[in-house]
Design a protein around this ligand. Structure first.
Ligand SMILES: N[C@@H](CCC(=O)N[C@@H](CS)C(=O)NCC(=O)O)C(=O)O
Length: 207
């Protein structure tokens, strides 16, 4: 039984829940963070000194950082499913997952905070526009990659599609004026048809 700490509308928690859903793993999720609080309290900080969500426990392992968790679940429960058996293909998954955290998340976060978490009269519209432009730049890179392969890290669905699928779900909503991105849209059509994506991502309002 895997225990997950984190509210279900957090994009980083959704990565973990989507991976758990893909792999059909038994789990318990505890609401924490945002309106639920608790993530800055001592018991939580003892597990995750960042005070951020998600955190998981699987047996004697406590693990935080969403993409590290998705990699762990894929390595232990999903080789040949979410993690390619071939080490080079698995490394490409890691590359795209790191890129999601290092480039796409920082690009889109100001637009998310500005448009979703800030009332209209308090918004910094210039910061939102700059964030949207950076996100278009990043997603255009993904668009080019998806012109060469059907999925993010090759021609099969892998763990690499999880963090970027969630970024795409937010991108359509936060950057309504985006380029046509035909490859991104073709790929996203396959992503949004996956039952675990519907359950853990697209059925949950982006609040
Ligand atoms: N790099 C971390 C980022 C975690 C993060 O920023 N989590 C946000 C939610 S998406 C958080 O904990 N926010 C505080 C809160 O929800 O109270 C990861 O990928 O796990």
């Amino acid at each position: 039984m895997i225990k997950v700490w984190g509210r279900k509308n957090s994009s980083n928690v959704q990565k973990v829940m989507w991976a758990i859903g893909e792999l059909g793993l038994g789990h318990e999720r505890v609401d924490i963070g945002g309106p639920f609080g608790g993530n800055k309290d001592a018991p939580y900080l003892a597990m995750n000194p960042n005070g951020l969500i998600p955190t998981i426990q699987d047996g004697d392992l406590t693990l935080w950082e969403s993409n590290a968790i998705v990699r762990y679940l894929s390595a232990v429960y999903g080789v040949g499913k979410l993690q390619p058996a071939d080490a080079k293909k698995a490394a490409l998954c890691g590359q795209w997952m790191d890129w999601q955290l290092a480039v796409v998340a920082p690009a889109i976060t100001p637009a998310f905070l500005g448009l979703v978490r800030t009332p209209p009269e308090k918004r910094d519209n210039a910061a939102i526009a700059a964030s949207q432009a950076k996100t278009v730049e990043a997603m255009s890179m993904l668009e080019a990659a998806l012109g060469r392969t059907s999925h993010v890290a090759g021609d099969a669905f892998t763990m690499a599609d999880i963090p970027l699928g969630i970024m795409a779900y937010r991108y359509w909503q936060l950057v309504p004026q985006h380029p046509a991105h035909p490859n991104l849209k073709r790929w996203y059509g396959q992503i949004e048809a996956r039952p675990a994506f519907k359950t853990h991502v697209s059925s949950i309002p982006m609040t």
